[in-house]
Design a protein around this ligand. Structure first.
Ligand code: SAM
Length: 239
């Protein structure tokens, strides 16, 4: 029962793409997760393999047909399969690290990648799809969004990240703060020195400095995250 991702797409050749390389690629070859892709066009029923049609009510573009999508979904999501069916769409709830953690802790996911203007509303409702967006901008298709979601999930699967790539202290963790800045050798580069405290060997002071930097950067760059952090962890006496 390894973590399983199934992709419904008009462009199966876009997978595994970058997920076949590096951390995710090694994990895929090691069998820590699996990926299967399904060409939506294979489920079209007419001679021309039509998957889309003009929008009801008029307007530009094309809409993906509910009947073809439903057949494709039925093929992939067997009775009793507990994986969530996710439609990637700019109209969805914004993907965040909490959602990624939840998905990674589950059995996997089925991802539906839209094209054109998107898909018929009725199949979204009939199949109880979870609608997720990867950001407030519009992509030409859901495939790159699916790659982003899978990348974020796969790195959290047990055994995928070594100690070298630990997720324990990174941005968007339990505290909801952005990460502190990193430095490495040389100690001085182009007239810029590494902050002295980091070379002091004093672990408690280093931890204090990093914490302060995390808070400063979060406050400065993401007042929205800072407000949420304060509401959850702040309060009287907090910094
Ligand atoms: N007409 C749609 C709208 O205005 O919301 C945009 C359709 S977009 C050109 C085509 C497909 O790309 C969508 O069906 C969706 O699958 C995918 N897509 C585009 N932007 C996305 C985003 N920010 N997050 C996730 N998927 C996205």
């Amino acid at each position: 029962n390894r973590w399983r991702a199934s992709i419904l797409t008009l462009f199966p050749e876009m997978f595994p793409g970058p997920l076949g390389l590096s951390l995710a690629g090694r994990a895929l070859r090691d069998g820590r997760w699996s990926l299967d892709t399904h060409d939506i066009r294979a489920f079209a029923t007419d001679r021309h393999r039509t998957v889309d049609d003009t929008p009801a009510g008029g307007g530009a573009g094309m809409v993906m047909r509910p009947d073809v999508l439903d057949t494709a979904i039925g093929e992939v999501l067997a009775e009793g399969d507990a994986r969530p069916l996710i439609y990637l769409t700019p109209r969805g709830r914004l993907l965040d690290q909490a959602t990624v953690r939840t998905l990674a802790a589950g059995p996997g996911c089925v991802l539906l990648c839209g094209r054109y203007e998107g898909i018929d509303q009725r199949v979204i409702e009939a199949r109880g799809m979870v609608e997720l967006s990867i950001g407030d901008y519009v992509l030409s298709g859901g495939e790159t969004a699916a790659l982003v979601l899978l990348d974020a999930c796969v790195r959290l699967l047990p055994g995928v990240m070594g100690a070298a790539e630990s997720a324990t202290e990174e941005s968007h963790g339990a505290e909801g703060l952005l990460e502190y800045p990193h430095y490495t050798r040389p100690a001085e580069w182009n007239g810029r020195a590494i902050p002295e405290v980091l070379l002091s060997g004093h672990h408690a002071e280093i931890a204090r400095w990093r914490r302060a930097e995390s808070e400063r950067i979060t406050k400065e760059r993401r007042p929205d995250l800072w407000a949420r952090h304060e509401a959850k962890h702040g309060g009287a006496g907090g910094m």
